[in-house]
Ligand binder design. Structure first.
Ligand code: HEC
Length: 179
């Protein structure tokens, strides 16, 4: 029994090794052909890869140009908007002078007969020289005459002179007389 088994296994190995060598020789025999056909098969696979690599930078450049163009267009539009804004501002300013600008010199004209052309006189021999007042003192004096809280013997005369002046007008006269 054991001998039979050993014989059977021996035969099996013999057949196996023959089969293996036949297969191997078949493989080695066709090696050149397989390599050749393998080279042919590899090339078409590689080519598209190379093309893809070349295409990528081109498409990136195209995108760059698109972005550049867009940025340039946006900058151009910004400039246009700036120009429009500037010309609109000019137009608006041109319509504004309908609101009268306060002219200190004009407002002072009626005061000059008593206080002097430049506020350098002692009015009716009583007042201080108004060009020598500080702007703050000038403004508070005029406001005081308006409300009746400031003045000497002739304060009612002055109240009549300054009654209708607005605060901005008083400031404009102060700017004109006091340097
Ligand atoms: C008719 C003359 C006359 C005119 C016009 C006149 N003033 Fe006077 N002003 C006087 C007299 C007089 C005083 C002193 C009044 C007092 O007793 O406080 C005076 C006082 C003043 C003072 C205060 C000076 C101080 O002595 O403390 C100021 C400021 C002043 N005047 C501004 C003006 C301004 C501004 C005008 C024009 C809008 C004007 N006056 C017009 C006569 C005049």
């Amino acid at each position: 029994m054991m001998q039979n088994k050993i014989l059977k296994m021996g035969r099996f190995y013999l057949i196996s090794s023959i089969t293996a060598s036949v297969l191997l020789s078949g493989c080695f025999g066709g090696e050149d052909k397989k390599q050749a056909s393998a080279e042919v098969a590899v090339k078409p696979v590689e080519q598209p890869k190379v093309e893809e690599k070349v295409e990528q930078p081109t498409s990136v450049t195209v995108t760059d140009n698109v972005v550049k163009d867009a940025v340039e267009k946006v900058e151009a539009v910004k400039e246009e908007v700036k120009d429009i804004t500037v010309s609109l501002e000019k137009e608006v300013k041109a319509t504004l002078p309908t609101t009268p600008t306060i002219d200190g010199a004009k407002l002072y004209a009626k005061c000059a007969s008593c206080h002097g052309t430049n506020g350098e006189k002692v009015a009716l021999n009583v007042s201080k020289i108004i060009k020598d007042l500080s702007k703050d003192n000038f403004i508070s004096a005029v406001k005081g005459y308006q409300s009746g809280t400031y003045g000497g013997t002739m304060k009612t005369l002055m109240t009549g002179q300054v009654k209708s002046l607005t605060e901005d007008e008083i400031k404009a006269i102060a700017d004109y007389i006091i340097k």
